[in-house]
Structure formats: structure tokens, C-alpha cells
Design a protein around this ligand. Structure first.
Ligand SMILES: Cc1cc2nc3c(=O)[nH]c(=O)nc-3n(C[C@H](O)[C@H](O)[C@H](O)COP(=O)(O)OP(=O)(O)OC[C@H]3O[C@@H](n4cnc5c(N)ncnc54)[C@H](O)[C@@H]3O)c2cc1C
Length: 430
């Protein structure tokens, strides 16, 4: 099978065009036995599989499409510190002690990624640094308050607030009134990281079957996981499908809403023009409800993410959909061609807190990272392996976060949520 044939199964993203280590798919045929069957080969599933195999368990991963086909191979590559909600919000929700525990767990997610890249030599362009650009005067002072809180109460001195001028010194946009720089946050090439995790998992003995969609599983012990052409009998099952879960498990489908988010990659800008936009390879995102995010690539393109929709299906012309968001930040790029455009689906929860748990003593799940899945899905994989291995304390800490089902469950969650999302995204624009 040629590389072009393999690539046909991925969206036509810049990530797919620069992917390392693509392999031919192996499909599940017949019956297999494993200690753990993981459904879904994104960050959650692969991180769980690799950590489980390192604990001496036999693991099968079943992936409906290809490794990294889901959000893990399509995202902005921004590895933010902490949880999706910042520590000021978490302190208000849960108090200082629990907020500190959640911070430490999120740091473990970042550490897991750094350690995997180093241990397995994953070529995924891991870079340090992230700037949050404050888009509205309403939020003035937030950056200072957050940096102080992190230094004083979380022993994390890596952040500092920037005034408007200093922020503009880092990014040539008029959009930001203030900035928050986190030297300990990171960026990476998400598809290459995912492919690297899969390679490491295979080396550790994990059997990964692609183009193998799970249609159902039994509520028995052991569990029988069924696909069109085979089955796996497993002592434990890990559900790691997030925004791509569909109707596979109605008991958790109603706590997440799948939303689509979109990205573009410009043509190579040349070293000088790229450097005129940003003073480095750090990642940037803003404080809008529908977040805009961008960064430079090693071949001097601007990768830009912006715009969402809340229905099944992507806009016909994604480049035309995202381009105006980019031009709002960088009108100076009006003459630049867009070489790649793509979208992906992620799972958000009502409270923007992840949803981890057990549906049966032998059926685990993790989902709903709400746009913060690079650190937290990788953390979830590690904690899933700990819990299945008998050390559930840290998993249970994440699993105890409150989740609310979307009003109307899986069938009716859309109309109300869509209205809500449209309302807030309109507020962004006003
Ligand atoms: C455009 C975009 C930008 C984003 N930017 C960022 C960012 O910058 N930073 C950040 O932290 N997060 C970001 N996210 C979110 C992040 O990508 C996700 O939270 C994370 O990748 C979720 O990983 P996962 O493994 O849980 O799910 P996924 O990577 O979505 O993987 C789920 C897999 O399950 C498979 N699957 C589904 N059903 C079945 C079945 N029945 N049988 C077998 N397999 C099945 C799917 O094919 C898929 O491969 C972004 C998401 C998108 C879409």
C-alpha cells in the first residue's frame, strides 16, 4: 500500500501531509483474547494502552478508522497548563486544596507527554511556551491575578502577565489588550505524537487493529467486544471515543456534546515574514468563548484555528470559513494562500470539566476534555491504566468531578445547546 493510499483515510491536513511513521492498517479478523480491550486510537486510548502494557497486561486496541483519525490527529497542538478551567475558577468551585490537586494532576499530563517524547524519541516538534491574548478590556487584570495565584499557591513561577505593548511585541496583532505568557506550556505536531504513541504501544506488545469499528459489547465478565469481522474477549474495556462516540454507549453520550472546530495552514511565508508575525514558535490563543489559536510551523506557515459549528457535517469550504478569523488577527496576510484546511470533532461537557468513570466494574471511559485534551487525555490514559492495575486513587479524583447531562440527553441536546453556543459566540463578536 502506498503512502498516498494510507493518507486517503486521513483529512487533508498539514499534519497528514507531514506525518511520520504511517503504517498499513491491520484489521481484526476472528476472535482474540486480552486483559484489556481499548476502543479508540487517539491520545486517550493509546496512552491507556501503552501504560497498561507497561504494567504487564495484554492489550488490544480497536480503531474504527486509523490511528489519530479523530481529534488527536487534527488539533491545534496546544498543551496548556492546568485544567480547561483556570485555577481561579476551580478555587471558586472546589476550594484551594482540590484545585491544587487538579493542578498537580494536569502537570502530570504535561510530564507524561514530555517523558513519552523523550523515552520513545517521538519526532513531534515539541516546543515550549504559550501566550494567552486577552481580547477584551472586561478581562483586564485577569492575567496578573492568575500569574500571582500560580506562583503563590501552586509553586508554578513560569507565568507572567504582559501589558498591551509587550503582548504586541510578541505577536503582531492589534487584537490583544493584555497577555499571559506561560513558559511551561507547550505545542506539538499532534498527529506525529499520536503515531509515535502507537509505535511505542506496538513495541510494548499492544495489538492495534485499524479500520475495525466496534458495533457493541456485552455486559458480562469477561466482556465480548464485537466488530463486523471479529471479536475480543477481555477482562476490562476502555471506552476512548470522545467526540466520535456516536451511539455506541448511550449511558455517557448525553454528558458530552460533539462540536466541530476548524483549522487552516497558510502557504510557507518565508522566514522573514513569519518572524514579522510572531517572535518565536510558541502557541497563542485568545480568551474568546469560541477560541482562536495559532502558531508557526517549522516550515514557516501559520497554523490557525478558528470557528466552530454545532451540527453534523463541516462547511463545504473550510478555508473560506476560517480565513476571516485569521485576517481579523493578521490583516497583513490578505494576499497569502491557504494550502490546507480541515476540521475535527471534540467532546465538550456542560461545565467544561472532563468526564472519567466506570460504567461497570470492568468498563471504564474517559471523555469530554472540552478543547483541553492534549494534556488531559494523555493524563486520563495514564490514570485509566493505574485504576485498572488496582491503584484508583488518582483516577477517582478526576472521576469525582461533577458532570451534568445535557438537557434533552442525546436526542434533544442539540437545539438548546446550539442556541446557547451561538449566543456566546455572538457575544464574542460584539
Ligand atoms: C480542530 C481541533 C482543535 C483542537 N485543539 C486543541 C488544542 O490545541 N489543545 C488541546 O488540548 N485540545 C485540542 N483539541 C481537543 C483534543 O484534540 C481532544 O480533546 C483529544 O484529541 C481527544 O482525544 P481522544 O483520544 O479522547 O479522542 P479522539 O482523538 O477523537 O479519538 C477517538 C477515536 O475513537 C474512534 N472511535 C469512535 N467510535 C469507535 C468505534 N465504535 N469503534 C472503534 N473506534 C471508534 C475514532 O475513530 C477516533 O479515532 C482540539 C480538537 C479539535 C477537533
Amino acid at each position: 500500500m502506498s503512502t498516498a493510499d494510507i493518507l486517503e483515510h486521513y483529512p487533508q491536513s498539514w499534519y497528514a501531509a507531514t506525518a511520520n511513521g504511517l503504517t498499513e492498517p491491520v484489521r481484526l479478523e476472528g476472535a482474540e483474547r486480552a486483559d484489556v480491550c481499548v476502543i479508540g486510537a487517539g491520545f486517550t486510548g493509546l496512552s491507556a494502552a501503552l501504560n497498561l502494557a507497561e504494567r504487564g497486561m495484554s492489550v488490544v486496541v480497536l480503531e474504527a478508522e486509523r490511528v489519530g483519525f479523530g481529534a488527536s490527529g487534527r488539533n491545534g497542538g496546544m498543551i496548556g497548563s492546568g485544567q480547561r478551567k483556570d485555577v481561579l475558577e476551580l478555587e471558586a468551585m472546589f476550594g484551594l486544596e482540590r484545585s491544587q490537586q487538579l493542578w498537580q494532576l494536569a502537570e502530570l499530563g504535561k510530564l507524561e507527554i514530555r517523558a513519552r517524547v523523550a523515552q520513545h524519541g517521538i519526532p513531534c516538534d515539541l516546543q515550549k511556551g504559550q501566550l494567552v491574548g486577552v481580547h477584551s478590556k472586561r478581562y483586564l487584570g485577569w492575567a496578573n491575578k492568575l500569574a500571582d495565584a500560580l506562583a503563590e499557591r501552586y509553586n508554578y513561577p513560569e507565568c507572567h502577565a504582559l501589558d498591551a505593548e509587550a503582548t504586541r511585541g510578541m505577536v503582531a496583532t492589534e487584537d490583544f489588550v493584555e497577555g499571559f505568557y506561560d513558559a511551561g506550556a507547550m505545542t506539538l505536531h499532534p498527529l506525529n505524537y499520536t503515531l509515535g504513541l502507537a509505535a511505542a504501544a506496538r513495541d510494548a506488545g499492544v495489538r492495534i487493529y485499524e479500520e475495525t469499528r466496534v458495533s457493541r459489547y456485552s455486559r458480562t465478565d469477561p466482556v465480548t467486544v464485537s466488530t463486523e469481522s471479529g471479536s475480543v474477549s477481555a477482562s476490562f474495556v476502555v471506552l476512548a471515543c470522545n467526540g466520535y462516540l456516536g451511539g455506541l454507549e448511550s449511558r455517557v453520550a448525553g454528558t458530552i456534546m460533539p462540536i466541530n472546530n476548524f483549522m487552516i495552514a497558510t502557504e510557507p511565508l518565508g522566514e522573514e515574514r513569519a518572524a514579522s508575525l510572531m517572535g518565536g514558535r510558541f502557541g497563542v490563543h485568545d480568551t474568546r468563548f469560541v477560541v482562536n489559536y495559532f502558531r508557526l510551523t517549522d516550515d514557516d506557515r501559520l497554523l490557525f484555528g478558528g470557528g466552530e459549528n454545532y451540527r453534523r457535517g463541516f462547511p463545504k469550504d473550510i478555508a473560506a470559513f476560517v480565513r476571516p478569523y485569521m485576517l481579523k488577527f493578521f490583516p497583513q496576510l490578505h494576499d497569502v494562500a491557504i494550502d490546507y484546511s480541515w476540521g475535527g470533532t471534540l467532546g465538550i461537557t456542560l461545565k467544561r470539566l472532563p468526564h472519567l468513570g466506570r460504567l461497570e466494574p470492568n468498563l471504564y471511559f474517559a471523555q469530554g476534555y472540552s478543547g483541553h485534551g492534549i494534556p488531559i487525555a494523555n493524563l486520563a490514559g495514564k490514570l485509566l491504566a493505574e485504576a485498572i492495575g488496582g491503584q484508583a486513587e488518582r483516577f477517582d479524583m478526576m472521576a469525582s468531578l461533577p458532570v451534568t447531562r445535557f438537557p434533552g440527553g442525546t436526542l434533544l441536546r442539540y437545539p438548546g445547546m446550539v442556541l446557547g453556543m451561538l449566543y456566546y459566540s455572538l457575544k464574542d463578536r460584539l
